[in-house]
Design a protein around this ligand. Sequence first.
Ligand code: APR
Ligand code: ZN
Length: 235
Amino acid sequence: RKGKTPEEVVKKYLQKVKSPPEEDCTICMEPLGGPSGYKGPGVTPVSRAESVGRLAQCGHQYHFQCLVAMYNNGNKDGSLQCPTCKTIYGVKTGNQPAGKMEYHVIPHSLPGHPDCKSIRIIYNIPPGLQGAEHPNPGKPFTARGFPRHCYLPDSEKGRKVLKLLLVAWDRRLIFSIGTSSTTGESDTVIWNEVHHKTEFGSNLTGHGFPDPGHLNNVLEELRAQGITEDDGLME
Ligand code: APR
Ligand code: ZN
């Protein structure tokens, strides 16, 4: 995977398009029938025959060079996400900094889940220096509110969510580095699009219980990161 060039990675997920449709490429907004409007560094010319590609699973079409530019702007992990429908090609990973994820069962019930115990997840991430995959490489990042404690019902569905969260952690998708929408602080560790419940017996922040839709929402958010129930089975 490491040895593949960005062009090779992108090509792997594309099918050839003989005659491009009379539409614009939604990455660069230029017609698919003409050249890519992307003029960044590292753009290597391609022959006309392969200037447009169709993503194999979802069918959305883009300039080949636009997809390569998009790939180069990401964390170059060998995966690609369709910018239109978010279909993921390969295994998506994130830029979560180093840290620890632990969990255990606690013998108390969560509001809305009176018939089972609870799972407490403890995330711990220390502050550090940003790597090449972060917004400001070389600059320090802060880490507020750690250890962060999160709760799930210890039900069949709660345990399924836990399994998938463990996969998400391994793929560095639980946290990211950026600007906190709560505090406005930049260059700090933030939650990354998979909601967690951080309150146990109350719901003062809105991130507590009861919340009947929570587990389904999380499964949906995990799916959007490319993590499905099949991933849980392989753990
Ligand atoms: N608990 C759980 N999720 C939260 C919380 C919270 N207290 N506050 C915000 N979120 C969710 C938001 O709904 C959003 O989807 O996290 C996502 C990112 O929000 P940010 O404010 O950018 O994230 P972050 O700075 O990491 O979190 C703010 O969450 O766990 C606490 O200690 C943490 O006080 C901090 C707060
Ligand atoms: Zn384009």
